[in-house]
Design a binder for this molecule. Structure first.
Ligand code: CA
Ligand code: CA
Length: 325
């Protein structure tokens, strides 16, 4: 039973492997994924909610583009046919987590099927409060592959280690982002670590965003990593096959129908039956074939006195506690 309990569960269709890379075109190394840290996001998108999807923008879980390596069979598809369309979802985490925890953790996989501007991909955004408990301090930090030195090749999955990349801010942040730097295409991109120079910056929400300004972009995102989990978008929760339950295994009844002379007590059976205190150990003070844990010498018939210390006998194997009752 112990051996059975120690074996791991088998997950079918879930994340068995994650791809981790620096975000460039170098070969990616497969590493074991922390399966316990995976949160499956199903078509209702929970715990994410809509974040201003508008006009022709569509965001839905679909298997149209499959998933990245280790990301199952589906992903979050983002479609923005028109230049003013937007497709976006957000998960707000309440009081927020220190930005430092997102370095280098923040990451996502993305796929581009088609785009009017072939360099464009969905972005990862972090809603932040850059001055902590002080009033105000809201901004949105954005990671876009096009502003980082990473591959934007179409029709293949990329894994972007955004936590190690450059981010821009929608608002000026004292000591980090000047008022004229609040555009990703205006030299405003800085490593995420640069934002730690602000006054107690925390992340209050994680956003998967596409548009506006992404006409004709049909793309997908999956395996969005935060400090607490990785979100794997799937049509259904992967089936987890648990360990066989020993309580449910059919057991063969062990009725003593074959040996009527040894009706029930196994210890008695080994000693000819009927002896309650081990008859072949005459003279021993605790006599006993029921373990002999106190003097350990009942197996040495010529050693009548038990003067010499005997090696501690191996304890009898104790029956496993019955976990089912
Ligand atoms: Ca604040
Ligand atoms: Ca997936």
């Amino acid at each position: 039973m112990a051996a059975l309990a120690a074996t791991g569960a088998l997950i079918v269709g879930g994340s068995a492997v994650a791809m981790v890379g620096s975000g460039n075109a170098d070969p990616l190394l497969p590493v074991p994924a922390p399966v316990v840290g995976t949160t499956y996001v199903l078509p209702d998108l929970a715990p994410f909610t809509d974040n201003g999807t508008r006009e022709g923008g569509v965001r839905e879980v679909t298997d149209a583009f499959g998933g990245p390596t280790g990301g199952g069979d589906a992903a979050l598809r983002l479609t923005t046919p028109g230049s003013n369309d937007k497709a976006s979802i957000i998960y707000r985490s309440g009081t927020g987590s220190p930005l430092a925890e997102w370095i280098p953790t923040a990451a996502y996989s993305a796929y581009q099927d088609s785009a009017d501007n072939p360099i464009q991909f969905p972005s990862l955004q972090l809603e932040v409060d850059f001055n902590g408990p002080a009033e105000g301090g809201f901004s949105t930090l954005t990671y876009e592959p096009v502003y980082n030195d990473v591959s934007t090749a179409p029709k293949e999955w990329h894994h972007y280690q955004a936590g190690l990349g450059d981010w821009c801010s929608t608002r000026a942040i004292p000591g980090v982002i000047e008022a004229n730097q609040t555009r990703c295409d205006n030299a405003g991109d800085k490593p995420l670590s640069a934002y730690l120079a602000s006054s107690g910056i925390v992340v209050t929400g994680v956003v998967i965003n596409q548009g506006s300004g992404n006409a004709g972009l049909d793309a997908a995102v999956d395996l969005v990593s935060t400090p607490s989990t990785t979100y794997d978008f799937e049509l259904t929760e992967p089936v987890v096959i648990p360990d066989p339950d020993p309580c449910e295994e059919p057991s063969v009844p062990t009725l003593p129908t074959e040996e009527p002379s040894h009706p029930s007590h196994p210890d008695e059976g080994q000693n000819g039956g009927g002896h309650e205190d081990g008859g072949n150990n005459a003279g021993h003070e605790d006599g006993g074939n029921d373990g002999g844990h106190e003097d350990g010498g009942q197996e040495q018939p010529e050693d009548g006195g038990h003067e010499e210390p005997q090696p501690e006998p191996e304890p009898e194997p104790q029956p496993e506690p019955e976990p089912c009752s």
